[in-house]
Design a protein. Structure first.
Length: 365
């Protein structure tokens, strides 16, 4: 196995080369979770992994699935939003929220969110959310202000809601126009059977190395905010389903039951327009399989600017931006190297798929 093989196998395992998924939640469940603070980009990430022959691959369909509660958007795994399947949210929170809360502790202190204040805020949230009222963030802020809890101090409101999400108290509700709303988790999601800690570690290891593999223990530890000891415990408990191989001094784990991907074609390369927060990009600790070290460092520095990346046959070849107008979507390509005509044609085809997802004609410039 070589790094190029790893990149190609990841495309296949993440269901980017071929997919049988008909519903967005199937993608989310397969991946374990999907980073979603860039909401528009996250919807497109799910759309790219649906089967175009059998699924409604459209922004509208993904939005409708989210509004119906088929998948949730909450803080889990790391201190950021993820799409997560309702069936998985409780055990994933039980497993990863304690570590995320620990990572957040300095920020809680910075905004004065101690246990006493949070307990008061929690009661206000319960009252405001009871009965599936699905208030917006601004409406919850008003409820907190009425209870004499100043929620507009620095980022206090953000951390109140994040802590409540990590505690399993609240989760996403349906969108109201362009605004996100919130719900009580126990009203939004039916009860689910809990998993023991070792069982949860095994399930997460199996799910991650199947959908994201080949990957390393360091990749999973970063992805789920776990200790290496926890990752190795999960690996030991799921060893019957996984296999490893050494590449350049690193041990990569994967599910041997998955077939190898089809060989790449120089005449018909596969191109993708990814958000930098797509699981294929952000789901690993380092990017040696998909980018040269210099390009990887430059692109990671741009991550907070919502930089989008272009990949051809699993390797990053440039960045892109989109501009949506009444007549269509314009995709601006900024290559990191000179692209062959076949590669440019493949990027143009990827832009057309994005346009179809958004129900607008696309133009690549």
């Amino acid at each position: 196995m070589k790094l190029e093989t790893i990149a190609r196998q990841r495309l296949f395992n993440q269901r980017l080369l071929a997919s049988s998924f008909r519903q967005p939640v199937e993608v989310v469940h397969w991946l374990g979770a999907a980073q979603a603070q860039d909401y528009a980009g996250a919807k497109w990430s799910l759309g790219m992994r649906l089967d175009p022959a059998t699924a409604d691959v459209s922004d509208t369909a993904v939005e409708q699935a989210f509004d119906a509660g088929a998948m949730l958007r909450t803080h889990v795994l790391r201190p950021t939003w993820h799409f997560v399947a309702p069936a998985d949210i409780r055990w994933l929170l039980a497993l990863t929220a304690p570590r995320v809360t620990l990572l957040n502790a300095p920020y809680y202190r910075r905004v004065g969110l101690d246990d006493e204040l949070y307990a008061r805020a929690r009661e206000v949230l319960i009252q405001a959310l009871a009965g599936s009222t699905h208030p917006t963030r601004d409406e919850l802020r008003q409820a907190l202000d009425t209870a004499h809890i100043a929620a507009d101090i620095e980022l206090r409101m953000i951390y109140i809601l994040m802590r409540a999400e990590l505690d399993g108290l609240i989760c996403s509700g349906p969108r109201r126009g362009k605004q996100f709303t919130y719900a009580l988790l126990d009203e939004r999601v039916p009860p689910t059977a809990p998993l023991g800690r070792e069982e949860a570690l095994a399930e997460l290891a199996r799910r991650y190395f199947t959908s994201h593999g080949p990957a390393t223990v360091h990749d999973l530890a970063r992805w789920a905010s776990l200790t290496l000891e926890d990752v190795r415990t999960g690996l030991a408990a799921s060893a019957a389903h996984l296999q490893s191989e050494e590449v350049d001094g690193q041990t990569y784990w994967f599910d041997p039951a998955l077939p190898p991907p089809p060989a790449p074609s120089a005449e018909e390369p596969a191109a993708y327009l990814f958000s930098i927060y797509d699981e294929y990009v952000i789901g690993y600790k380092e990017w040696s399989a998909i980018a040269d070290a210099e390009d990887a460092a430059r692109l990671r520095a741009l991550a907070n600017d919502l930089t989008n990346v272009v990949l051809v046959d699993g390797r990053i070849v440039g960045t892109w931006k989109r501009a949506i107008g009444s007549r269509g979507v314009t995709v601006t390509l900024r290559p990191l190297r000179t692209l062959r005509q076949e590669e440019t044609d493949a990027v143009a085809a990827a832009a057309d798929r994005l346009g179809a997802f958004l129900d607008r004609p696309a133009t690549l410039v």
